[in-house]
Design a protein around this ligand. Structure first.
Ligand SMILES: NC(=O)c1ccc[n+]([C@@H]2O[C@H](COP(=O)([O-])OP(=O)(O)OC[C@H]3O[C@@H](n4cnc5c(N)ncnc54)[C@H](O)[C@@H]3O)[C@@H](O)[C@H]2O)c1
Length: 271
């Protein structure tokens, strides 16, 4: 039996059609939340929304929106607050790595702009619009919770993901700034995933393994991350158990960011 701690509450999830957004959407609906799912991929968004609504019987509203476009974000926000009267959680998660896979000196201006506009400006625009309205809600002890998606590449810059790393480092600052601006009413935290099989890797484990090899990444816990790993952390961050936490970044990466070498090497050293 899952604890229905989101009963009577609404959650907005950007990038909700696929990967982490989709997994978290299921988990929040199972815990009683009504949802607004935001994504640029209309077909996938419709498919995911219908499936969650059918399986959980919660209200799921799909809104097609490019988060890097201020007009579309404004419209999405108005629609959201017309549909949900209690937007308690914002999972600000939409992102792309499609144009980010080159060294910082070689990367072109177009690739830089796409990455920054979706990954950094996009989360800022969504925060700015949703939080303004969230902060007017009369809920206690908190009026809402914002959870951003950064990356371990934002903590330790990866030169095969140059603009991506910078955009995700920006999300760490955004998380802290939102926490300062909206305390004590709204909390703001971020998850920093490592390497997980999602749409960003074409849902292919082989592609994740190639990326790990290309960046010479060693994972102490010696496996690829899953959507479920992220969902488990998100359930904690959305729950009352995390109500005294704001301004923090939570790596969920099998130990890459902090340790960075394979656990089996440690074992070898012990003998
Ligand atoms: N998968 C990983 O290993 C990993 C690691 C660190 C961080 N991340 C981050 O996690 C977040 C979610 O990605 P994912 O791994 O679940 O990949 P995913 O591709 O499965 O999901 C990302 C979703 O964002 C949507 N999206 C992309 N651009 C958009 C835009 N302009 N407007 C609205 N929606 C848009 C996509 O259509 C997609 O549905 C991203 O911010 C990504 O950078 C992923």
């Amino acid at each position: 039996m899952v604890e229905k701690f989101l009963e009577g509450k609404g959650a907005v999830i950007t990038g909700g059609a696929s990967g982490f957004g989709r997994g978290v959407a299921f988990a929040f609906a199972e815990r009683g939340a009504d949802l607004v799912l935001v994504d640029i991929n209309e077909t996938l968004l419709e498919e995911t929304s219908k499936k969650i609504e059918q399986e959980t019987k919660q209200k799921v509203v799909p809104i097609v929106c490019d988060v890097s476009d201020s007009k579309q974000v404004k419209r999405m926000t108005e629609q959201t607050f017309n549909e949900l009267d209690n937007v308690y959680i914002l999972f600000n998660n939409a992102g792309t790595a499609a144009q980010a896979g080159v060294n910082i000196i070689k990367i072109g201006e177009k690739a830089w702009d796409i990455t920054m506009n979706v990954n950094l400006k996009g989360q800022w625009l969504v925060d700015k619009n949703i939080c303004r309205k969230m902060n007017r809600q009369k809920m206690e002890p908190l009026r809402g919770k914002v959870i951003h998606t950064t990356s371990i590449a934002g903590i330790v810059a990866d030169d095969t993901l140059s603009a991506y790393s910078i955009s995700k480092a920006g999300i760490i600052a955004l998380t802290q700034l939102v926490a300062k601006s909206l305390a004590p009413y709204i909390t703001s935290n971020a998850i920093a995933p490592g390497y997980h099989t999602t749409g960003i890797y074409g849902n292919s484990e082989d592609t994740v393994i190639q990326s790990l090899k290309m960046s010479d990444v060693k994972t102490p816990l010696n496996r690829i991350g899953t959507v479920e790993d992220v969902v488990n952390l998100m359930i904690f961050l959305a729950s009352p158990r995390s109500d005294f936490i704001t301004g923090h970044i939570f790596p969920i990466d099998g130990g890459i960011a902090e340790v960075g070498v394979a656990a089996n090497r440690f074992r070898e050293w012990q003998f």
